[in-house]
Design a protein around this ligand. Sequence first.
Ligand code: ZN
Length: 394
Amino acid sequence: MEKLYYEDPYQKTFTAQVLSCEPGKKGRYQVILDQTAFYPEGGGQPYDTGMLGGVKVLEVHEKDGHVVHETEAPLTVGGTVAGEIDWQRRYDHMQNHSGEHLFSGLLHRHYGYDNVGFHMGEDEITVDFNGPLTMEQVESLEREANEVVYANGPIRITYPTSEELEKLEYRSKKELTGQVRIVEVCGADVCACCGTHVKQAGEIGLIKILGMINYKGGVRISMLCGRKAMLDYERKQKTTTAISVLLSAKPDRLVESVEKLKNDSQAKDAAINQLYQRLFQTLVQARPDSEDWLLVKEDNLTPVQLRQYCTMLYEQKKGKVVLVYSGENEEWKYALGSADVDMRELSKKLNAVLNGRGGGSNLMAQGTFHATEGEIEKAWEEIAEASCRDIEWS
Ligand SMILES: [Zn+2]
């Protein structure tokens, strides 16, 4: 089988003879041709998609030395078909793959680390290196890599003899057997690779590092190159502009602006919290002391506020057991407190009757009910009555 993607990685269309076509998984067909421009998955680079004889090619994999095209419909064995790869998808892969080589090569040269993992995803590519780096070091590498792109040197593919290979210094993920394919990027990197690459470094376009995390004693760097990097810039530019308009702040003042907003919001939260404490104190003091079971509904309280209010009510002896709840029709949050009765047991009983969830300590339980207000009142009355009977009998 002739691999046209190695002869010319820029070949978008071709004709081929169908050597075999067999039913595969998921209702697809597995097609083998005498030659193909479809790159199968390999070396971290995803497979090509496209059209073959008028039917969709959904996946391409290499099996036992054959490139197997998974098609949507069967093709006639022995027939000649026209093929076309999804060029944008392939070129994105070429830009990103060549950019990754360049970046990994420079990183290897400066710090001696190896690329130990490579994944090309839809939104970003990730590269894992087996040593630690700082963000400043990564930014410096990014600038250097882009300088190499501007110089627009050639990216060469060679197939050295074993003698030549012995003298050659190159990066490789594994011990290689058979003919080794070497990709050399403008004197910045030499690496064994089976993927497709652009011809000139300038075609890589922008190389942009998106982030870095510590990973397995080294780092995982996410990046994008070429058109994908441009689209990412476009998205981020739109986001920045939208936030800038929302905050009425210049793009270079956004961080300060958000910090101020955050601080203002925290100060407001603190002031609101103080007002609620005073409100709860006033409401609690207005109630008579009581040994009854107390049910209180209050609008728009957060779980923290429900707990505070409930605690004040039972600690200041406004009820033996206190249930405070807040929310809207059939969607309630509650806090249940008492100094005398075990709240874990009681919340279990209420949850069972009121389609609820949650729990807590013997003093305080919190959770949610999914019931009507009437159902909550009824359940509370019944449980209160039953408990009083239990106590009288004991
Ligand atoms: Zn590669």
